[in-house]
Design a protein around this ligand. Structure first.
Ligand SMILES: [Zn+2]
Length: 521
């Protein structure tokens, strides 16, 4: 949105000078950018010629006026929870307010005057405008809430947990995430202001509840869990009507309890927007579909291209241009190591090389494969049962050990893979339970070419209950079912479903599921 700002200011100037705006508004690019409008609150006020987020009637979805309340040594505008919802804005009510504002030359119902987007082919901006959970949730009230938890100024409050920060940081530092989460958890102490939005997202969805459970008072934990569960549901790949109903209830409770628990001054416009977010998801789909995350990562790519202070636009242009030329040149290279290496550099990702893959049972097994000359007797028995052959015939079959496989859109690692020191990409959710275990940790893989079989040698876990009773069922406590060397489970990899986050806190084993695998850090 930053790049859009000067343009909006320019449009405002044109309005003041009475020039025709339709020629500018007719530009195709604006239409594409703004088909669904996602931006932070400051930009929103500017684009729609409205009051700032702390002003009277600043909500673009309804006519909530807000109230001025005390905040520290000054005052702020709060948008309190109301049993009877404020009147929703309509195209007609917006037009009337705008026209009155122009005539009276003062703000009316939140509007300073006309706004240029009115002239675009669609004009129901209160419908097209979406809520960005990156700015609103993560960098908005979640960051504020966490700051309140640990800030010295709130040491007399029941929610103050600053004195337990070391304990929380210890849990955080011990969490090893799957490779899908690029940023490993950082300490909160002295770091919170430097946390990226993606770190707040991971904290909210996965680590938050395990870290503060048993530390934050119960009423505060349950309140926080409402937000965790609702965010998870709204970020899923598929959201059902039942999920939306549940979200409505959870967010209603969260908003209602915000002022009694944390004070009226914490109910800013971001918190108020929670009362509109379910409708936004009903209209436009899951939160990830229009969040600012993807735009922010593009900004990151662009800023990487800038090395000096002069001719910045030229540098960006040449960086993009040369990347495109390189992409085309690589296509025309003969197959070989140079081509693979260049492709890897360009994609900045470790894409597995097809030459290093062996076709397994409903998966690719990644080389090297090491022949197992000695098989522990208990394992041999299990394998013979699995393959439905007699144990003494097993010696005639070549059995290989592998450390990682590729299946569907994931690479599943095992504990014996040398690369797993930093990550835990070996904890897997199964499609269906085996011996009542549907979570496994893979020790290594066994691959047999004929009959083609690929099996994970795993420790099995059983999900017992969710960590917070009745809330956030995607975070659950585990119980270990099999772990000894001679008690591993054999699991066909065709049952491997997806990666999950595995954590240990207060001596308990905990897992958290991902809401989707589309968003990346
Ligand atoms: Zn509203």
């Amino acid at each position: 949105m930053n790049t859009f700002f000067p343009f909006v200011k320019e449009m405002r100037t044109l309005y003041n000078e009475g020039l025709s705006v339709e020629t500018i508004a007719g530009k195709q690019t604006i239409y594409i950018i703004t088909n669904t409008l996602t931006m932070d609150l400051q930009a929103q006020a500017c684009v729609f010629n409205m009051m700032q987020h702390n002003g009277l009637c600043a909500c673009i979805f309804c006519e909530e006026t807000g109230v001025v309340v005390k905040s520290g040594k000054g005052h702020t505008r709060s948008f309190p929870y109301r049993e009877i919802k404020p009147k929703a804005r309509t195209s007609e009510s917006i037009d009337a307010s705008v026209e009155q504002a122009v005539q009276q030359k003062k703000p009316v119902c939140g509007f300073h005057g006309r706004y240029i987007l009115k002239h675009l082919p669609w004009n129901e901006f209160h419908v097209n405008c979406t809520i960005d959970y990156m700015h609103g949730f993560l960098l908005g009230f979640l960051k504020r809430m966490m700051t309140l938890w640990i800030d010295g100024s709130s040491f007399e409050q029941p929610y103050f947990i600053g004195h337990k920060l070391k304990e929380i940081d210890k849990t955080l530092k011990n969490i090893k995430t799957p490779y899908i989460i690029h940023r490993t958890p950082r300490k909160i102490q002295n770091n919170l202001n430097h946390w990226k939005a993606s770190e707040f997202r991971s904290f909210l969805l996965y680590y938050g509840i395990p870290c503060v459970e048993g530390i934050l008072p119960n009423s505060y934990l349950e309140h926080f869990a409402c937000l965790v569960e609702a965010t998870f549901l709204l970020l899923q790949e598929k959201i059902t009507a039942k999920d939306l109903n549940r979200c409505k209830k959870l967010l209603d409770v969260f908003y209602k309890c915000m002022a009694p628990l944390y004070g009226e001054e914490t109910c800013g416009l971001n918190v108020h927007n929670l009362s509109h977010i379910v409708e936004c998801v009903e209209n436009w789909g899951p939160l990830w579909a229009y969040s600012c995350f993807s735009f922010d990562s593009c900004n990151g790519e662009i800023s990487k291209a800038i090395h000096g202070k002069g001719n910045v636009s030229g540098e960006v242009y040449w960086a993009v241009h040369s990347e495109k030329i390189l992409e085309n040149e690589i296509k025309s290279l003969p197959h070989g190591k140079a081509k693979v290496l260049l492709k890897e550099i360009m994609s900045s990702r470790n894409t597995p090389n097809n030459e290093n893959l062996e076709v397994g049972e409903q998966c690719y097994v990644m080389k090297p494969l090491v022949k197992m000359n000695i098989i522990p007797p208990s394992l041999a028995k299990e394998i013979s049962i699995h393959l439905k052959i007699e144990e003494d015939k097993l010696q005639r079959i070549d059995i290989f050990k592998a450390v990682k496989i590729q299946r569907n859109r994931f690479v599943f690692y095992s504990k014996q893979c040398g690369r797993v020191k930093q990550n835990n990409s070996y904890t897997v959710l199964l499609q269906q339970p085996i011996n009542r275990c549907d979570i496994v940790q893979v020790e290594y893989f066994i691959h047999i070419s004929s009959p083609r079989t690929t099996i994970g040698v795993c420790s099995g876990f059983q999900r017992v209950h969710s960590l917070v009773k009745g809330r956030a069922p995607h975070i659950q406590v585990l119980e270990l079912k099999s772990q000894e060397e001679d008690n591993f489970m054999l699991v066909p990899v065709s049952l491997f479903e997806e990666h999950i986050v595995y954590m240990e806190a207060s001596g308990r084993k905990i897992i958290a599921r991902f809401p989707n695998f589309i968003e990346r850090d």
